[in-house]
Design a protein around this ligand. Structure first.
Ligand SMILES: C[S@@+](CC[C@H](N)C(=O)[O-])C[C@H]1O[C@@H](n2cnc3c(N)ncnc32)[C@H](O)[C@@H]1O
Length: 542
């Protein structure tokens, strides 16, 4: 381990570390501006340009030829015991994930990621100082005062409250009887020192990860934090500058955690698909040929909305609004036709895979090649048509990949997805965007056929750099995060979510002792456990 990590140093000019004092006391000086103010009546003015238009609202679109990919000749279906299945599955995923990092100096990469967190933390304090708060020793403010003086718009107040909690927890602020103040030395981490820290982290990141677009994006957000807080700059403009996906694509590909997760998820999906024994599964109806529907609207129609706002759910109309749900499964199967008929996976043979929140396609790009030689029908979904349009273009040579819109914040049934109609449901870093993780996981579990698998990758620790960037696009959750305001569910909370959905947990990676374990990103595989792919209950907690 590098000496600076061992000593708990986290980067130039950045004090403390996670082991620092949780709460220090404010100095006894008077607050600069008198008694705390009750601001119940005075909402800060929202200076933003209004709510960005969301890309949803149209009919779901099924594109692609819709022909499932056929198995290559001579494919063998492995016959293994449940115990062997889970152990082999775990090993295959773990090995593949590690192979994806073969050329990376992991210690350096992990240190760079941890330092990014500290730089982001200092950027929070810096942003508040740029708003005139905590500028002099002895300046102290209540939480409410911070929100008012920084002109934080209502939708970001939960996030900024959380900032204050983590700044206090990490020792940059101290709390005393409801007053917050900057701790001695904390201010030195802001201003020019912060500029140097960002430059340094950029160099480190590039050295470890081979590219530094993530840092470019994170730094750009840090610089604009005062405007993000007030809504003057919508966060999606920073993620999709000029409507381009360059930064978003980098975010989900560049870091070691992303590479690890894609490797593990791809191996899990491929192994599950290869082990599936269709002859033991539910009887499938005969397959019918694809039927193309005309595409709706020209590419990139301006009325389709902004290039982004990907993290927050779509506009939520009343239940069952006609524009919310697919009009059946138009491309294959006897059930296509009348509006509102269920969407099904393919009818026979090919493993039916549904990806939710597929977005820029980082997970997809890892999974599709891993399915080489497997008969598969892949349904690429997202809530945002912006992503679907681009994915359709990028993946046009993969005729067995189909595209549709699916909102994980709503029951898939009324959206036209039939229960039990997929063998594998994959979600790469999307479930944290759910308003109610329990509800979304239950809905996805309901889409699984007996013996089906849910394969997810998710962060399970608070990420400070996400709190200064992507979190400005995330809706306030109504689940286990609501109480604390945390951006992500913890590992224990995740396990509980999977359990409550009636799934059997089989794989959680990386395991204890892995160099990436401390970063808290996890890959989960859980099964309905009542079909041909079932694992035995005693293995469910492996
Ligand atoms: C962090 S990205 C996931 C990364 C993605 N796997 C990729 O490779 O780009 C989150 C994705 O979830 C999608 N999303 C957000 N809210 C959603 C919802 N309610 N239903 C479905 N997808 C949603 C976003 O549009 C975005 O594509």
């Amino acid at each position: 381990m590098p000496a600076d990590r061992a000593a708990g140093r986290v980067g130039p000019g950045l004090p403390g570390g996670r082991g620092g004092p949780l709460v220090r006391r404010c100095p006894p000086e008077r607050a600069s501006d008198g008694e705390p103010e009750w601001v119940g009546g005075g909402e800060p003015e929202w200076v933003g340009g209004g709510e960005p238009e969301w890309v949803g609202g149209g009919e779901p679109e099924w594109v692609g030829d819709g022909e499932p990919k056929r198995a290559s000749d001579g494919e063998e279906v492995a016959a293994m015991s449940p115990a062997q299945d889970v152990a082999a599955l775990t090993r295959a995923a773990s090995d593949a994930a590690d192979r994806a990092l073969a050329d990376v100096d992991l210690d350096r990469a992990v240190a760079a990621i941890e330092r990014l967190g500290r730089v982001a933390l200092a950027s929070m304090l810096d942003a508040l100082r740029r708003r005139g708060l905590f500028t002099a020793p002895g300046d102290r403010h209540t939480v409410q005062e911070v929100l008012t003086r920084a002109h934080v718009v209502p939708e970001h107040r939960g996030l900024i409250r959380r900032w204050l909690t983590v700044l206090t927890r990490e020792g940059l602020l101290a709390e005393d009887g409801g007053w917050l103040c900057a701790t001695p030395g904390a201010a030195e981490a802001t201003g020019p020192a912060l500029d140097r820290a960002w430059a340094w982290i950029g160099t480190e990141w590039r050295a470890a990860m081979g590219a530094a677009l993530t840092i470019e994006y994170a730094r750009r957000n840090a610089e604009r934090l005062p405007d993000l807080m007030t809504g003057a700059v919508p966060a999606f403009m920073l993620l999709f500058p000029e409507g381009g996906m360059r930064l978003a694509r980098a975010l989900y590909r560049e870091s070691v955690t992303a590479r690890y997760q894609h490797g593990a998820v791809a191996a899990l999906v491929a192994e599950i698909a290869r082990r599936r024994r269709p002859e033991q599964g539910p009887e499938r109806r005969p397959e019918q040929g694809p039927e193309r529907r005309p595409e709706r609207g020209p590419e990139g129609r301006p009325e389709r909305g902004p290039e982004g706002r990907p993290e927050r759910g779509p506009e939520r109309g009343p239940e069952g609004r006609p524009e919310r749900g697919p009009e059946g499964r138009p491309e294959r199967g006897p059930e296509r036709g009348p509006e509102g008929r269920p969407v099904q996976g393919s009818e026979r043979g090919p493993v039916r895979i549904l990806e939710v929140g597929a977005g820029t396609g980082a997970t997809t790009e890892a999974v599709l090649p891993a399915l080489d030689g497997v008969a598969a029908d892949y349904l690429y979904t997202d809530v945002s048509r912006y992503f679907l349009d681009r994915a359709r273009e990028r993946l046009r040579d993969r005729a067995w990949v189909r595209f549709a819109r699916l909102d994980i914040d709503a029951d898939p049934g009324p959206q036209g997805y039939a229960p039990g109609s997929f063998d594998v449901v994959v979600g790469g870093g999307v479930l944290n965007a759910a308003r109610d993780t329990d509800a979304s996981v239950r809905w996805l579990a309901g889409l699984l056929a007996p013996g089906g698998w849910l394969v997810l990758s998710e962060p399970t620790v608070e990420e400070y750099w996400v709190m200064t960037s992507l979190a400005f696009m995330m809706a306030d959750p109504g689940d286990g995060r609501a109480e604390t305001g945390a951006t992500f569910l913890t590992l224990d909370q995740w396990h509980a979510v999977l359990d409550r959905a009636g799934l059997r947990r089989a794989v959680t990676l990386p395991g204890a002792g892995h160099p990436l374990e401390r970063l808290g990103h996890r890959v989960f595989a859980a099964t309905t456990g009542d079909g041909p792919g079932a694992v035995s209950p005693d293995l469910a907690q492996l």
